[in-house]
Write a protein that binds this ligand. Structure first.
Ligand SMILES: NC(=O)C1=CN([C@@H]2O[C@H](COP(=O)(O)OP(=O)(O)OC[C@H]3O[C@@H](n4cnc5c(N)ncnc54)[C@H](OP(=O)(O)O)[C@@H]3O)[C@@H](O)[C@H]2O)[C@@H](O)CC1
Ligand SMILES: [K+]
Length: 503
């Protein structure tokens, strides 16, 4: 599903109204009906309801919702923040209609309290909010937040911008946000996403053609649009599913490549080899299905190991490089030579990313998936973490285009950026994965999927999604703090099962 900015949504609205000919009042009515439907599904006390209304079309939606509430026997107060003379267009039409209904209009002043309401609809600002809220609306937002009622935001929690994930002023903290036509940036990226509560997207008759007119380039991954997972032919054999070689590890971090290799195996690679230092071979003993490429007498890689490894990987399909690899200069020399002398599809994670420079990135063009977290990406760009956090969507996009790589910028709202400028957000991240080892697992899963001939982008999409689904299934049974990476890997089959059940 496309994720839009406020400006894109407004343009899709305009196209629908002016070019397709659906009257705007019809869109508003559809919005109101959709929001009302979602309200009915909420299992909360509903004896007394407030609809808090601004002067734009978001307020218009609220006025139309109030009508549906009254028509269905609910007791409703409409709280106007601005004088009713300010209503224009569709909001005014709905105001004029609502005046004829048995509804109490309350003009907001500082004596108005919100604590008596069981449900509060926030219809103050939507996509039209320009800058941080000031004045009376700010006061109302604060009071709504301090009140006890269940808060339903109409389209966007008031005070946030649809086009930004930043919280730049006072905003409503909603329990539920019913957004219209498509999710906006505010609904899928943190920290703003935290203010939205549960997010439901309602169709209001904006056709897909109107959305494609605004050239969306950001998409939210969900069960419906995930790449198809292949079914295996009954006569298939391990050679059909590729060979992934995991190269990483150094003293103290030998578990990282082992977990990546185990994840590759569980993601379905036909064969997975883990390069491992002789003295640490026992790390692999728990996973006899993973093959070993033994590196003699060492605990980190140097140029001496390159030629033999290059020979070994010649007939293999994928390299997954970097997990726990270490950061000294000799390791960089090894990595540079390995990248130079191979042309495989390559997943690079963790310390592997630490060593990348312009020259190496150029050699990885069109064959690599890079999986940095925010800190690693900041280092790759030579900027601070805060700078990345502020502008991560654009930075990810520019980087993937510039270097021709698939960039997986890992966080609770992972962004996958492609060399052709598309962006996919994987916003089902869960806190159980906020743990060392998760990155190794992801790199291994992506490598294992590429081995099975998924494209780099599809492998990244499935890899991120399946890990999140698996971890959230585990969170239903265990405490989120106590979930180990190896448990996530062992349970990947459940994530795959759930995804495949939708396909
Ligand atoms: N278009 C459609 O067909 C459909 C639209 N729909 C709905 O309309 C919503 C968008 O409506 P919108 O464009 O009227 O803007 P909205 O969010 O109500 O706010 C604008 C008002 O806020 C004011 N204002 C702005 N910034 C401010 C600030 N910092 N502090 C204080 N005031 C500020 C601004 O005042 P102004 O600055 O213009 O004087 C203006 O009056 C959208 O989210 C969805 O809910 C649906 O019905 C489906 C069909
Ligand atoms: K709102």
């Amino acid at each position: 599903m496309e994720v839009l900015s406020s400006a894109q949504m407004m343009e899709a609205d305009r196209y629908t109204i002016e070019e397709i000919g659906i009257p705007s009042i019809v869109l508003m009515e559809n919005a109101a009906k959709g929001i009302f439907e979602e309200f009915l599904k909420c299992e909360v006390k509903k004896d007394k309801i407030a609809v808090v209304v601004g002067k734009g079309n978001n307020g218009g939606d609220g006025l139309a919702v109030a009508r549906h509430l009254i028509n269905n026997g609910f007791s409703v107060d409409v709280i106007l923040i601005y004088p009713p003379e300010d209503f224009k267009g569709d909001a005014k039409i709905n105001y004029d209609i609502l005046k004829k209904y048995p509804v109490k209009f309350i003009q907001y002043d500082e004596n108005v309290e919100f604590d008596s309401y069981d449900v509060i609809f926030d219809a103050i600002f939507g996509t039209g909010l320009g800058k941080a809220v000031k004045g009376v609306a700010e006061q109302v937002i604060e009071k709504i937040n301090f009140s006890r009622g269940f808060k339903i935001a109409v389209d966007i929690p008031s005070g946030l911008s649809g086009s930004s994930y930043e919280i730049f002023g006072k905003c409503v903290k909603a329990d539920l946000t019913v957004t219209l036509a498509r999710p906006k940036i505010v609904h899928v990226f943190y920290p703003a996403k935290k203010m939205c509560g549960e997010v439901v997207v309602k169709d209001i008759s904006i056709p897909d053609s109107a959305v494609s007119k605004v050239n969306p380039e950001l998409f939210m991954l969900n069960y419906e649009n995930l790449p198809l997972i292949y079914k295996r032919e009954p006569d298939s054999h391990k050679g059909n599913f590729g060979h992934n070689v995991v190269i990483g590890g150094s003293k103290g971090k030998m578990g990282a490549p082992v977990m990546a290799a185990y994840a590759s195996l569980m993601a379905g690679a036909g064969l997975t080899t883990c390069a491992i230092f002789e003295d640490y071979y026992y790390y692999l003993s728990r996973y006899p299905e993973v093959m070993a490429y033994i590196v003699q007498g060492k605990d980190f890689y140097t140029l001496n190991e390159v030629n033999a490894i290059v020979d070994f990987v010649q007939d293999k399909d994928v390299l997954t490089i970097g997990c726990g690899m270490g950061r000294n200069h000799q390791i960089k020399e090894f990595l540079a030579e390995l990248i130079d002398k191979t042309d495989h599809f390559t997943v690079i994670d963790a310390d592997g990313l630490f060593h990348l420079d312009e020259i190496l990135l150029e050699k990885l063009r069109y064959r690599a998936v890079l999986t940095p977290h925010i800190g690693e990406f900041a280092r790759l760009l030579g900027v601070s973490k805060d700078e990345v956090l502020k502008d991560r969507i654009n930075l990810a996009k520019e980087f993937a285009i510039k270097y021709g790589v698939v960039l997986v910028l890992k966080s609770a709202d992972t962004i996958i950026a492609t060399p052709d400028g598309l962006l996919f957000v994987v916003s089902n991240g869960v806190p159980a994965l906020a743990k060392g080892g998760s990155g190794d697992c992801l790199a291994g899963v992506i490598g294992g999927l590429i081995a099975q001939k998924y494209s780099l982008v599809d492998a990244a999409k499935i890899g991120c999604f399946v890990m999140n689904v698996t971890a959230s299934l585990l969170m239903e049974e265990k405490n989120e703090k106590c979930i180990k990476t190896t448990e996530v890997i062992e349970n990947l089959y459940r994530g795959f099962n759930k995804i495949e059940a939708y396909q």
